[in-house]
Structures are given as C-alpha cells and as structure tokens.
Design a protein around this ligand. Structure first.
Ligand code: ATP
Ligand code: MG
Length: 571
C-alpha cells in the first residue's frame, strides 16, 4: 500500500480534551476522529487495528467453542422489563420510542436478548453447553465520557453468554472463557492481569476483571507482589490489623471542638494524628439509618458495607437523617449514645477492642475522648467486619505481606451469573428424565475499542505509539526517501511486494517529504519495523532496518535482496 493513496493525517498538536497519552496519540496518529463527546469515527489506520483485534477475539472465541451470532442494537423494553432492569439500569441506558410509541433501548449489554434467544432455541440438555457471542456496538450514556475510546458513549464490545445444565458445567464454561481471554490479550501484545472483582447484584458470584496496569487507569487494584493476590478496590480485602492494645482506665470525657468538623480539623485542633480518631458516618441501608465507624484515616468501602449488611442499597444519609439518628450534625456524630437508641452501629474490624479513642459526641461542637469502643458503645463482636477501602501497606489476606495499590484499565470481564436471568425468563431445558431445569449462565465481555487504546497506553514512548506486530495497522513501513528516482522506487516496491506475498502488511511512504518528517510520522503512528530505502543508503551498502522499539544505533544495514528475509526474521 502506498502512503499517498491512503487516508492518513497526523497532527502536530495534542487535542485540547486529551488528558492521557493514549488519547493524545490516538488522535495525533490519525487513528480516529472525534464526532462529538464520547463518539468517535475510526479512520483507515484505526480501522485496521480494530479489525485485527476483532480477528484475534473471534479466533479465540471460536477456538474456545463459542459461536458467533449478532443481535440488534435496538432492544425492546419488554425484554428489559422481564428482569426488572428497565427500571434499575439508571440513566446510563439510552431509551427511545418508535413511531408507535414502543419503547426501546440502545443496547448497553445484552444478557436479556441472549437469554431470550437461548430460551427460544434450547429445549434439550443435548443442546448444552452452549456459548454464543457477538461483536456489536454498545451504548452507554456515561456520566463523564472521557479519555477517548476508553470511556465513550458508543463502543465496540465482544459479549459472550454461556448456558449450562449444572454448576459444574457453568464452572467449566467460565474457566474456558477466562483462559480464552488470557490468550486474546496476550496475542494483542497486552499484559492484562485477571483481578477478582465484586459480583455486584450477583452477590458472591465469581467474577474476574482483566486489567491493563497503567497510571492512567480509572480503577484501583490491590496487588500482592509476593503471592499474586489481585483484586479491584471494591472487592479487595485485608487481614485485620491487631486491635489497639492500650488499655484506658479513664471514663469518656467531652472536649469542646468548635468549628472543627473534619477529622483533619479536629486532629489539628487537638494536636493529634488522624488515626487516633474514629470516623463515624451515617448511611441509609435499604431505607434504614446505620452508623459506620472506621479509623479516622480510612475510607468506608460502600460495596463491602452493603455485603456485610446484606442490603440492596447503601448511601450516605442526608442532614436530617443524621440529625434524627444521632442528635448532632455530621462531623460531631459518634457511636456513644446516639439520639436514636435503636440505631444500628457497625465498625471496621481494626477497631475491635480499641480503647482511648476520640469520637464525635453526638452534640454539635463536641467530641469525646477516652472512649472504649466495646466498653462504651453497644458494638458487639458480630458488628465488626472489614469495611474499609484497602490502602497500600495493608496486609495481604492470603500471604500476610504488604499490599500495593496499582491503577488498571478494565479491558474485559468474565462473570458467573447463575440463574438470575434464566429464572426471570424461565429459560429451561429438559433433562434426560424429561424434567424441566433452569439453564445456568455466565457472561463474558471484552471492550474491543477500549483494548485498542489500552494497547497504546501500555506501549508508547515520547515519539509515539509502538504497536505490537499482531495488531499494528501495518507491520512494516518502507521509507522511500527518493520517490523521484526509479531505481530506488523499484527496490522499495520489490521489498513491498515480496513482504506482502509472505503475508506481511506493508505501507510504502512514497511522499515527497523530507526524511525527518517521514521518520517522525512513522514513529508517531508506530509501525513495528522501518525499512529505509534511499539513494544514499544504497550507495553506502544497502537498506536500513530498525524496529520501532530500538534506537538509531541498533539499526542494521542489509543488502536490498536480504531485506525481506531480515524483516521476516525480526517479525
Ligand atoms: P467500567 O467499570 O469501566 O465502566 P463496566 O464494568 O461497566 O466498565 P462491562 O459491563 O463489564 O463494563 O463491559 C465489558 C467491557 O466493555 C469492559 O470490561 C470494558 O472493557 C468495556 N467498556 C465498558 N464501558 C465502556 C465505555 N464506556 N467505553 C469503552 N469501553 C467500555
Ligand atoms: Mg466490568
């Protein structure tokens, strides 16, 4: 392919809305163009990469025994009402009506559609297990579409759904997909790590997210270098620290702390560090207020709290609820004698047996010191649990060594769904005794377009992208430095056709530009291999071959007729 025949437009400037490197490079290399916030057009170079990723995903899905289908983007509301998700999906779901006022969603995912299909096509256990998948555009009205393709309103997802006769089969399907995902990401040249995630609505269901570790990642991951434990921060657990030992004989005493509301302000006022304090927050769980106590320097993990309380929803309480429950305003509330004597109180496990604590006094402008958390409150052993967001240095729940916190980009997720959807749809099959049984499901998503950008985020330098050869728009760029000299053109074209004949994607930069401009563009776009063909080089011994990841000094000069073999061997 000749550069001058290809739609390639590189940009010198970073787009104003691009915050992270991969977004800047995506736009500057001319892979995509923004149509509106969260909406992108893929230009020819970007499209080539997208197709290569799709191809890898398809090959690995097919190899794993999954079968490709495609379902409509436009999904009727009835399907979503069957599971109740028409009302619970929230504002992320794009909803619209047709001319007959029938309601539809632009599919944000497709559990309902696939379950309905399975129900319709499967009747006997002989047809199971079944895994079907599609590669389809998904729509989500994200609160903050940003970072280019990473969080867009319309994105390409591969979604697969497995249907099994029993838990054992569902397990097998799950791990088959898990291993297929490992292959997909490694074939894309990505280091993606599986991390344990929270099952959301599905409670304790097994689920892993595949994350590309990168500072630009939106998700926090607790990571143990010693034993390999990895969990996203919603899920991550820690070994409880030993309870504070110091016995405290003194009775709780009020301390006036006017104007000091936050832990930091009170700590400063009293000349103490934040960890001497117990932070008390009032939540509402399924409509009922609950007080949650955590060490002053820690944050409550809402997901863990929800699990521990067995609640469907938890959220911080509003001012009035806080006042009614405790007798004070937020900032001065604590677990000792709140106004509502029946207020449920729970506390982080690290506070079990803690004494000498400082807590809000449930009286505006006051704190209490010398509080024994079990002695002076109604907290019982069963009220303590791991309720905080894990921090760097917390103890790994598996091996006891310290945890680190990393940032990750979620490129895929595998999920055991059990019978949540098949129950709702009554998706049953007949077993060998002709009894009706419910199918057991799993679902598996790859963010194909996000993966494209995650590859850039993981593989770039100050000059541009460094594509892994498996997904590069072209694997080789032939830099034709003297497009006006027929004998030089002939050599470049011979190399091009010989490489193409052996299945290598080649682009010949035949633009009448200065070498500096051409090399800069090649580095920006990030073709894995560069072959420089110019009159001067040929006079001095041959063509120059260099990997994008190498520096100039590592380039090798080979005779023109040895170039193809040399390129093939480094690819
Ligand atoms: P996130 O937590 O990042 O919002 P999610 O967990 O809601 O993602 P899933 O429902 O698991 O997303 O969708 C499967 C995959 O689709 C994700 O792993 C991710 O790679 C991709 N994805 C999800 N939302 C977006 C988006 N707005 N833009 C691009 N890709 C997305
Ligand atoms: Mg997910």
């Amino acid at each position: 392919m000749k550069w001058t025949k290809t739609l390639i437009q590189t940009l010198r400037e970073n787009p104003g809305d691009a915050e992270i490197d991969s977004h800047k490079l995506l736009m500057r290399a001319g892979l995509a163009r923004k149509v509106a916030a969260g909406l992108y057009a893929y230009l020819p170079l970007g499209m080539r990469v997208l197709r290569k990723i799709q191809q890898i995903v398809r090959e690995e899905m097919d190899r794993a025994g999954a079968q490709e289908i495609v379902t409509p983007v436009l999904q009727p509301s009835e399907l979503w009402r069957t599971t109740g998700r028409w009302d619970t999906m929230g504002p992320n779901m794009f909803k619209l009506r047709d001319r007959a006022e029938h309601e539809f969603a632009l599919g944000p995912t497709a559990e309902e559609v696939f379950t309905d299909i399975a129900k319709g096509v499967v009747s006997s256990y002989r047809q199971l297990p079944l895994t079907i998948y599609q590669m389809q555009w998904k729509f989500r009205d994200e609160t903050r579409p940003r970072f280019g393709l990473m969080r867009s309103k319309e994105f390409l997802m591969k979604d697969a759904y497995s249907f099994d006769v029993d838990a054992e089969g569902a397990d097998k399907s799950y791990w088959t997909m898990y291993h297929a995902y490992e292959k997909i990401f490694s074939r894309c040249g990505l280091k993606a790590v599986p991390v344990q995630a929270d099952g959301g609505d599905m409670g304790d269901s097994l689920t892993h997210e595949f994350h590309v570790l990168a500072d630009a990642g939106e998700d926090g991951i607790a990571w143990c270098e010693h034993c390999g434990y990895a969990a996203n921060l919603e899920k991550a657990e820690r070994s409880a620290a030993a309870p504070k030992a110091a016995e405290c004989a003194a009775e709780p005493a009020e301390v006036a702390t006017p104007d000091a509301k936050t832990i930091e302000q009170v700590a400063k006022f009293m000349g103490l560090s934040a960890d001497a304090f117990v932070k008390s927050l009032v939540y509402v769980a399924d409509g009922k207020p609950v007080m949650v106590c955590v060490p002053g320097d820690r944050d409550v993990n809402d997901v863990k709290l929800k699990r521990f309380l067995g609640a469907k929803s938890v959220a911080l309480a509003d001012f009035d609820t806080v006042l009614a429950a405790t007798g004070a305003n937020a900032g001065f509330v604590g677990p000792v004698k709140p106004a509502d004597a029946n207020l449920r109180i729970v506390a982080d496990i690290s506070l079990k047996g803690a004494s000498g604590c400082i807590v809000g006094a449930n009286k505006d402008g006051y704190h209490l010191r010398d509080v024994g958390l079990t002695r002076d409150t109604k907290l019982q052993d069963g009220d303590f649990a791991d309720l905080v967001v894990v921090q760097a240095g917390d103890i790994c729940p598996h091996c006891g060594r310290p945890l680190a916190i990393k940032r990750g980009i979620e490129v895929g997720q595998v999920f055991k769904l059990g019978t949540k959807y098949t129950d709702a749809f009554k998706a049953v099959y007949k077993n060998d005794k002709l009894e009706e049984k419910t199918m057991i499901m799993g679902c598996y998503g790859v963010g194909v377009s996000r993966t494209l950008q995650a590859i850039i985020e993981q593989s770039h330098d100050k000059d541009g992208i460094i594509w892994p050869s498996s997904v590069a728009p072209y694997q080789v760029v032939v830099e034709l430095l003297d497009p006006d000299q027929p004998e030089v053109v002939k050599i470049a074209e011979d190399i091009e056709s010989a490489l193409e004949a052996s299945g290598v994607d080649v682009i010949v930069d035949d633009r009448p530009e200065r070498p500096g401009v051409k090399f800069k563009d090649a580095d920006l776009i990030g073709f894995p291999v560069r072959v420089v063909v110019g009159a001067k080089g040929l006079a001095n011994g041959g063509v120059e071959i260099k990997l994008r990841s190498e520096d100039k000094s590592q380039a090798r000069i080979v005779a023109p007729d040895a170039a193809v073999e040399a390129v093939r061997s480094i690819l």
